[in-house]
Design a protein around this ligand. Structure first.
Ligand SMILES: Cc1ncc(COP(=O)(O)O)c(C=O)c1O
Length: 374
């Protein structure tokens, strides 16, 4: 996979090379090179850590993440998506957010074209717009993606199940996209934040199930939603080994590493991800049902049953910001205006079923009675 030319300007810090050589030599290593603090944690810190994650060592973990966690994530990807990956294909990140930014830094070059879903999660276009001289364009979620990508090298983002629409991209479309990426030397960046949150038989497909060695694919993953631990800030980037090594150098130039506590919690709970994500999925499905059964105002919003993720993105016959502002002021119900979700977002609102069940229940009568402009 071709990496961005900016990577050539990043040199690995020399002490890291020297440390690797010293370790390779097999003798005892006395590392006086890093700015870490190797002291026993203060008893107050130690006690809190013991209670929180059972681990009390909180010095800098490796830039790429703990090898044990990387291996465990690789196993999860082998089991859930059939990818042929090992720990060297994984970079642990601070959520999918960092994984996406690091991925773009590692691959996006001047003149490149990046194609995003429309509508999309705001970070996707915000992050893409951080890069100068990159062409950002969009594809419609109402048609096959593979029919909308140009016959030239591009970076294509898929996000399935989708935030904000709740749509799942068909397995055939994903497979065709992988074929297209191979033929045009394109890269698919697959945001799989909601991979386990799907309803009925709408199980999403990962491009990594077709491009099993991730030669044209970068998986942006997260444990925020499928484990319900958004604040732990643990996610990952998965791709071929060479690009992961470049992405690690980007990581060195940016946030250095992921926090230790979050990594330990995920390491201990990842073997139970099926159980945990079923629990999350059932909670979301319950809230969704409560809303869909109670909401009666098709004149206000065209609600529908999503295929996955936490959201629906119904259309409204009003300007989204004005509608949401008036709704919030008159009822206290806060929805996200669609205008923040990309070119086709206007005249929509995003409703999240990650919201508290009681807030969803209480908002239904208020929405059913709401008269905009009255
Ligand atoms: C599609 C999508 N990608 C990424 C993220 C960021 O997730 P994380 O908490 O893993 O950074 C979100 C969060 O809402 C999201 O909806």
């Amino acid at each position: 996979m071709k990496h961005a030319s900016r990577i050539n300007r990043l040199v690995e810090p020399p002490h890291r090379k020297i440390l690797k050589e010293a370790k390779a030599g097999g003798r005892a290593v006395m590392n006086l090179s890093v700015g870490d603090i190797f002291i026993d944690p203060h008893p107050l810190v130690e006690e809190t850590l013991r209670k929180t994650c059972g681990e009390t060592s909180v010095t800098y973990p490796p830039v790429e993440g703990f090898n044990e966690l990387r291996s465990s994530i690789a196993e999860y990807l082998r089991n859930s998506r059939g990818m042929e990956v090992g720990f060297e294909n994984i970079l642990v990140t601070a959520g999918a957010s960092e994984a996406f930014l690091v991925a773009l830094m590692a691959i996006l070059d001047v003149g490149d074209r990046i194609i995003l879903p429309d509508p999309t999660y705001p970070q996707h276009f915000l992050a893409a717009n951080l890069f100068d001289n990159v062409r950002v364009s969009y594809y419609s979620q109402n048609r096959n993606i593979s029919e909308q990508v140009p016959e030239e090298r591009s970076i294509v983002l898929i996000c399935s199940p989708n935030n904000p629409t709740g749509k799942v991209v068909s397995a055939k479309d994903v497979e065709n996209l992988v074929e297209h990426a191979r033929e045009t030397d394109s890269i698919i960046v697959s945001d799989e934040t909601y991979f386990e949150i799907f309803f009925k038989n709408n199980k999403p497909a990962s491009p990594g199930s077709f491009d099993t060695k991730l030669e044209n694919t970068m998986i942006v993953g997260s444990f925020s939603k499928n484990m319900g631990v958004t604040g732990l800030r643990v996610g990952f980037l998965a791709s071929e080994q060479n690009i992961i090594s470049k992405a690690s150098t980007v990581r060195y130039a940016t946030s250095l590493t992921s926090n230790v506590v979050g990594q330990h919690v995920v390491l201990k709970t990842l073997p139970f991800i099926n159980e945990i994500s079923s629990y999350v999925r059932m909670s979301i499905e319950k809230r969704l049902k409560i809303f869909l059964n109670g909401f009666k105002r098709s004149d206000l919003m065209k609600v529908y049953a999503p295929e996955g993720s936490l959201y629906i993105f119904p259309s409204i016959p009003f300007k989204s910001f004005d509608f949401c502002l008036e709704l919030a002021k008159k009822t206290g119900v806060v929805l996200a205006p669609g205008q923040g979700f990309g070119p086709s977002g206007e005249n929509h609102v995003r409703i999240s079923f990650g919201a508290r069940e009681e807030d969803i229940r209480n908002s239904i009568p208020l929405l059913n009675q709401f008269e905009p402009g009255s």
